[in-house]
Ligand binder design. Structure first.
Ligand SMILES: N[C@@H](CCC(=O)N[C@@H](CS)C(=O)NCC(=O)O)C(=O)O
Length: 209
């Protein structure tokens, strides 16, 4: 097994934290998004969408999309469970992980990619040639606040994002919040439930992964 990874990028980080929580070590190849290596023919031969992460199995099968990669890892390494243990738990983790990606990661991405000079010509993930649109940066910034509002409400009723147990949904939320911080949108002070939860999940050993 081999992981095509990118240090500093939030979606590969979701897989690194997942691996670390499981105590799994696998070889990895770092593909620099900043240097545009994900758009070069060598990596497009691995993943034609130019996105990271990608997991390559020993027989050459390649799997992308974080939830799919984590589903395989969970099946092969069930302990500790990070995707739920019953049908209902599994559905809830999948649902909340999607919320964290669509409401959180995508909102931060829309803001950051439409405003950061680094992405001036690379606003769409996995390709080059698209110009930034300031109105989309503004919309993304508003969507980050909606994400914070929704997460605050969820964590007022639930210890972790998907329920009483730590899961992939927490990993995705943490990575989205840390990306927002990197994009100069820190967690506001008036979100006590998110802060309570963040301090717990950010203290787990795997978060540095
Ligand atoms: N839905 C995808 C998202 C993957 C994604 O957006 N990856 C980013 C890194 S965080 C990427 O490949 N960026 C390439 C680029 O910026 O060109 C997943 O779950 O893996």
């Amino acid at each position: 097994m081999k992981l095509y990874d990118c240090q500093g990028a939030p979606n590969p980080r979701r897989v690194r934290i997942f691996l670390s929580e499981k105590g799994i070590e696998i070889p990895s190849v770092d593909v620099s998004i900043v240097d545009g290596d994900n758009l070069k023919p060598e990596y497009l031969a691995v993943n034609p969408r130019g996105m990271l992460p990608t997991l390559e199995l020993d027989d050459g099968t390649r799997i992308d999309e974080v939830p799919a990669i984590c589903t395989l890892l969970e099946a092969e390494h069930p302990e500790p469970p990070l995707l739920g243990t019953t049908a209902v738990e599994r559905a809830l983790v999948l649902s909340w992980d999607r919320h964290m990606e669509l409401d959180g990661m995508n909102a931060v991405g829309e803001y950051f990619r439409n405003s950061a000079p680094l992405f001036a010509d690379r606003v769409v993930v996995g390709r080059a040639g698209d110009a930034q649109i300031p109105a989309l940066a503004e919309r993304g910034r508003r969507s980050i606040d909606v994400f914070f509002d929704r997460l605050e409400a969820r964590l007022a009723e639930s210890e972790y994002v998907a329920g009483p147990r730590y899961s992939l949904a927490d990993i995705t939320a943490l990575c989205a919040i840390d990306l927002a911080g990197f994009a100069s949108v820190p967690l506001p002070d008036d979100r006590p439930q998110i802060r309570r939860w963040y301090d717990v999940v950010n203290a787990r050993p795997g978060v540095c992964a």
